[in-house]
Design a binder for this molecule. Structure first.
Ligand code: MSP
Length: 478
């Protein structure tokens, strides 16, 4: 645990507004929320950033399909993201949209700084462009001529463009990643990026589009709009009210932790830090790459029809249970398979029959036997240490497990001692107090994962006469 107040700036990717939020986005955002709540709990000066990525061809094409103006369309979807995060009890300090005036202005200033420095120059560029990725693709990235992530043939683009001199920063970045000055977790992902640096010469990259109108105009040449990723990356700065001046570093910058999945690691480990070097700003400290969710073994996709929206989960399980199910579903950092059947089973085993039943049994017995107690929390140093250890290593599902191991142990202890059969009231009291104390201690840690449930338990178990409350996790309907 840090002795002084440390800074902790954490970010999620800003999500594309071409469609409503799904559980993939929700997973990253809840994980960031859990980490942010943890760092606030241990006293760090914490800032948690998330938002939406709204410019570019991908979005304007989708708006057109929906017969809407881009602004009208992005307003609608961005609001859905904000509502989803409000509903999920996400504690972000701010929500940024790349269509905000202040962001646009700052992006123009930043690109102007890089241009004046000679890091951006006019050239001609051609290549295969995947609008789904909003990236140029090398031929060898394609599988049977298609982008493997989007299953479409990229279009051949050949146009005049402003180019960012990324090659200039390749060596420095490779060194910094090697030396862990810019950390990438898990280790396998770091190796993947290092072999990319080794095998591909980092090339200069197209940074503007002439044929994409839905974007931020380059201040020195209004015929071009900024490449959507250059616009998007700068959100990590503009959300801190940065005005786009190179060298001018906001107080909370750089991020201590950037969360994302593997789909966007490469750009985050090349373009983004190269831009920071060009802007004379410090690099992000850690990038943590979590796995991808598959739904019943398949990639989530509209065409397969297996996309799960967070509001569907909330409707069936409630907010806190959804947070729990997402955080405990897979090993953080690895791909994992999820699905309704698995969620139902886990809800029933760990929540309804697990902690829900334990809390109900214990409080019921305390009330029935009129046992008065006065519990104080924070007594169990061991569980705190185990939990903090896991959180510090970003082992989120294992941190959750530490709490559930305790609940399970108490459940077994209660069944074994069977206080309801005991005649001696002191013995009965001893057993029940021990269980109640452990429930209260665990609930203190549970706050960062299931804030509302934890608050209910803490309130219930801090009373002098503990009473049986309403069921925390009602049984599921078929
Ligand atoms: N707009 C860019 C990011 C710009 S950041 C400067 C983008 N947006 S996105 O909407 O496609 O979001 C990608 C991210 O959403 C992933 O990196 C991951 O965090 C999350 N996920 C999307 N699908 C997911 C799964 N199926 N499983 C887990 N996370 C997923 O890329």
């Amino acid at each position: 645990m840090p002795s002084e107040k440390e800074k902790f700036y954490i970010t999620t990717p800003i999500y594309y507004v071409n469609a409503e939020p799904h559980i993939g986005h929700t997973y990253t955002t809840v994980a960031a929320d859990v980490l942010a709540r943890y760092h606030r709990l241990i006293g760090d000066n914490t800032f948690f950033a998330t938002g939406t990525d709204e410019h570019g061809a991908k979005i304007s094409q989708k708006a057109k399909i929906e017969s809407k103006k881009p602004k009208e369309f992005t307003d609608e979807i961005a609001t859905k993201f904000q509502m989803a995060w409000d509903e999920m009890n996400i504690s972000n300090n701010r929500f940024i949209r790349t269509t905000e005036e202040a962001h646009k202005k700052a992006v123009q200033n930043a690109l102007r700084y890089m241009y004046d420095k000679g890091d951006i120059y006019l050239d001609k560029y051609e290549g295969y462009y995947c609008t789904g990725c909003e990236q140029f693709k090398n031929e060898k990235d394609l599988v049977e001529g298609k982008c493997p992530d989007h299953q479409v043939k990229p279009e051949w683009v050949s146009e005049e463009t402003y180019v960012f001199k990324m090659s200039k920063y390749a060596k420095t970045l490779e060194e910094k990643i090697k030396k862990d000055e810019l950390k990438i977790y898990p280790e396998s992902r770091k190796n993947e990026i290092l072999s990319f640096y080794k095998n591909e010469n980092l090339k200069d990259i197209s940074f503007s589009r002439k044929n994409v109108k839905w974007g931020i105009e380059l201040p020195w040449d209004k015929a071009h709009t900024a490449y959507v990723w250059s616009d998007a990356f700068l959100n990590y700065l503009t959300i801190l009210d940065w005005d786009g001046s190179g060298k001018k570093c906001p107080e909370m910058f750089p991020p201590e932790m950037q969360l994302m999945s593997k789909d966007i690691l490469r750009v985050h480990a090349t373009i983004w830090p190269a831009m920071l070097l060009s802007l004379d700003l410090p690099l992000q400290k850690v990038m943590f790459v979590h796995g991808f969710f598959l739904v019943d073994g398949q990639k989530m996709s509209k065409s397969i029809g297996n996309v799960i929206a967070p509001k569907e989960l909330v409707k069936r399980y409630g907010v806190d249970a959804t947070r729990y199910l997402l955080m405990s579903a897979t090993t953080f950092g690895r791909d994992g398979d999820i699905g309704w059947k698995k969620f139902d089973e886990k809800y029933t085993a760990d929540l309804a029959n697990g902690v829900g039943n334990l809390v109900a049994r214990t409080s019921n017995l305390l009330e029935k036997n009129e046992i008065k107690i006065d519990l104080k929390s924070g007594e169990d140093k061991k569980i705190i240490k185990d939990f903090y250890d896991k959180m510090d290593k970003c082992k989120l599902n294992e941190a959750v497990q530490v709490i559930w191991d305790k609940f399970r142990a108490m459940d077994e202890y209660l069944s074994e001692k069977a206080p309801w059969k005991m005649d001696n009231i002191d013995e009965k009291k001893e057993v029940l107090i021990k269980v109640a104390q452990n429930i209260l201690n665990s609930a203190q840690l549970l706050q960062i994962i299931m804030p509302e449930t934890a608050e209910k338990i803490i309130k219930q178990f801090s009373a002098k006469q503990i009473k049986k409350g309403k069921a925390l996790f009602p049984r599921l309907e078929k």
